[in-house]
Design a protein around this ligand. Structure first.
Ligand SMILES: [Zn+2]
Length: 702
């Protein structure tokens, strides 16, 4: 989109009033911002940043914080705020004009950030400030910011001898190509198989909505009958509900061997895995580490592969007896009630679903009646008020949709921050739920700002004048995103690079969000945030007890499965020698067998090819990081336990004193100090796994 008034590049930023995207004086001007503003605004901000970097790196004087880092952060924040608004609108108002405006500038923005990360002159300036006499005079927080900046440059190869740089670059490029190919193979292999059912009796057990989708899939190809693909929405209902055991067995085998040598040779991910591991190993050695697991852990909370392994082994030892118990129970049920004498891998989801229905079933629809939106929001705000003694007040701001609400948070009548709440699904909104920063708290010689957050969900809206009602899952999602929001909004840090969620270690960033979810399982809290849409009655105890039982259903088996993936991932990147070239896939499978021997209660058939579809670590950002899911869960459960302890005997765990401490030691400090230090300052000790096990019902009777 071109604005005819400002064709192409303005040589200097237009006055703020001319382009609302360049107006940083207050809240984003959603009422005025149009797609035509994007290109001129973003180009002028990128230019501004480039010119600044040129000027600063050309300056022969030794760099100072206020003369170098300060202006860099300021200019960077302006670009990130403006581009953040564009990205936000692309997500919540995805009409063709906004999509076009976003996509037109995306490559330019990505190129700019890549260029900054590899700018050697810039790296030398940061290093000069770090190594110079001024460093000792900086606050510990500023010293930490500089150290992180250098670390990130270093991990992108900035410190390598010139002769090694082209090879390092080539390794990065080949890795991205291999990751993309891995995903493509998996997708193509997933689409390459389908089960066709001609006779309706073959559908026995499969729910109506899954049948309809399968019918539509067949019709789309002009064929009679039903087509079940290996995509999750088709695969899962078959595995959970199809009475036809042979159908389940065929689907299971097709799914488990995707993108392996057992399918089309051109879609085999095996050789890619070997090559990816070799490249990661080479990269690690070039950077001076012993293996890729060490590289992955550098910016994370965990110190060493050994520490993560010890953590995973401990959790495995504690969870395995419960997993064995879960499996025994399932086997006995399958034998007695389903006539399945041996429980095959393709019976697992099916038998589990039958057992769950029999023992713990309740309808989501029934629960939903107790969670009308206004009551849930009251409950959520009530929890926040009780914990942190803050006020959440409706406020006015320009919005992108009339349905959006806007709130201010005050502490003792002083403004802390603002947030937008965009709860309901719209056809132009991207799916899922997320929290994003619209503005970060900072204060320096250039000015100050309070934080501003977007909280976006995709819940059903009100119908026919009746308030929207939420499932319990929706409520968990809302609390989760609100936890991220509070981390961003309640920060007390004044430095952009580490305020709010900025600079928080990747394996600790889910602590405040998962922490908030715990409140949605508390009887006392639920009493205050539920009211039946018709009767106004709070959630009944019997229904609550069923919800808790269902939550913990097979938690032992689920836990050891996550631990199997985590251990496999970490050991693969810490132990497998890839220094002499691509790792043979047999070696990868052998390691997986070894891990299963230790933690798994269910050993899949020998033809199962799990690694070939493990996208998280081969095509996502989770290499030697899959453990983070459990790691953060342990932290959040243990932090929550402090509230359970404080509330014991008081009748409520919404304890303001513990809340104030959580705010001060965890939420307020953001990335300004190591997450472990923050945790210990709050809890008075290192994290323990006990609370998580207890919350999941894995308690050994005394
Ligand atoms: Zn999250």
């Amino acid at each position: 989109m071109h604005d005819s008034a400002t064709p192409h590049l303005p040589s200097s930023p237009p006055p703020a009033s001319a382009n609302p995207l360049l107006d940083f004086s207050s809240l984003p001007r959603f009422g005025d911002i149009r797609p035509m503003h994007v290109e001129p605004a973003i180009r002028s901000l990128i230019d501004e940043n480039r010119r600044l970097i040129e000027r600063l790196t050309a300056d022969p004087a030794p760099p100072s914080w206020d003369g170098f880092v300060g202006p860099m952060d300021e200019a960077g924040e302006r670009l990130s705020r403006a581009w953040g608004v564009v990205g936000h609108l692309h997500s919540v108002l995805d009409v063709p004009e906004w999509r076009e405006a976003y996509n037109a500038m995306l490559p330019e923005v990505s190129r700019f950030y890549a260029e900054v990360g590899q700018n050697l002159a810039l790296f030398r300036k940061y290093k000069a400030l770090h190594d110079g006499p001024a460093f000792a005079t900086l606050s510990p927080v500023r010293q930490r910011i500089l150290e992180h900046a250098l670390r990130d440059f270093r991990l992108s190869g900035a410190e390598l001898p010139d002769a090694q740089k082209p090879r390092f670059q080539a390794i990065q490029e080949e890795q991205s190509q291999l990751a993309a190919k891995f995903s493509e193979n998996l997708l193509d292999a997933t689409n390459a198989h389908a089960e066709w059912i001609e006779d309706e009796t073959g559908l026995a057990g499969i729910p109506e909505d899954a049948r309809e989708a399968a019918r539509a899939a067949a019709e789309a190809e002009g064929r009679p009958g039903w087509k079940f693909t290996l995509q999750m929405p088709a695969y899962l209902p078959v595995m959970q509900y199809a009475d036809d055991r042979a159908l389940r067995a065929r689907m299971y085998r097709a799914y488990a061997t995707r993108a392996s040598e057992l399918g089309k040779p051109e879609l085999d991910n095996g050789p890619l895995i070997g090559r990816i591991l070799a490249l990661r190993d080479e990269e690690a050695h070039m950077l001076g580490y012993r293996n890729f697991a060490e590289v992955s852990l550098v910016p994370k909370m965990a110190d060493s592969p050994a520490q993560v392994l010890a953590f995973l082994h401990e959790l495995a030892a504690r969870a395995k007896p419960f997993a064995e118990q879960d499996l025994e129970e399932l086997k006995a049920f399958a034998r007695a009630e389903l006539g399945l004498d041996t429980l095959e891998p393709w019976d697992l989801a099916y038998a589990s679903e039958k057992l769950r229905e029999k023992r713990y079933a309740y309808s989501d629809q029934e629960v939903k009646q107790y969670f009308p939106e206004p009551k849930v929001l009251d409950g959520l705000f009530g929890v926040i008020r009780a914990l942190y003694r803050v006020d959440i007040l409706p406020d006015e701001a320009p919005k992108w949709d009339p349905d959006v609400r806007f709130f201010r948070i005050e502490k003792d009548a002083a403004l802390v921050g603002h947030f937008y709440l965009d709860l309901h699904a719209r056809s132009t909104k991207r799916g899922g739920a997320w929290m994003d920063s619209a503005r970060s708290r900072h204060r320096d010689v250039w000015g100050s700002d309070t934080p501003l957050a977007y909280l976006v969900c995709n819940f059903p809206g009100p119908v026919n004048g009746r308030p929207a009602t939420f499932t319990h899952d929706d409520v968990l999602t809302l609390f989760h995103e609100c936890g991220h929001g509070l981390h961003h909004l309640l920060t007390q840090v004044d430095e952009l690079a580490v305020s709010g969620i900025h600079g928080v270690e990747w394996d600790a960033v889910e602590l405040p969000s998962q922490f908030m979810e715990n409140f949605c399982w508390e009887w006392d809290v639920l009493q205050g945030m539920t009211a039946h849409v018709d009767s106004g009655e709070p959630l009944p105890r019997a229904l609550y007890d069923k919800m808790i039982a269902a939550k913990n259903f097979q938690s032992g088996m689920q836990t050891v499965r996550q631990l199997e993936f985590s251990l496999f991932d970490l050991r693969l990147h810490a132990e497998v020698d890839a220094s002499s070239g691509p790792v043979p896939i047999e070696r990868v499978m052998a390691l997986l067998d070894e891990v299963r021997g230790e933690v798994a209660v269910l050993i899949p058939p020998p033809w199962h090819r799990f690694p070939h579809s493990f996208s998280h670590i081969f095509a996502g950002g989770y290499a030697a990081g899959y453990y983070s899911y459990k790691w953060a869960e342990v932290l959040s459960a243990d932090a929550f336990e402090a509230f359970e302890e404080a509330g014991a005997g008081k009748g409520s765990l919404l304890d303001a004193e513990t809340g104030a401490r959580f705010w001060r030691e965890i939420l307020a400090v953001g990335g300004s100090r190591p997450a472990l230090e923050s945790f210990k300052a709050f809890r008075g000790r290192e994290p323990r796994v006990d609370a998580l096990l207890r919350h999941n019902g894995m308690v050994t009777p005394a």
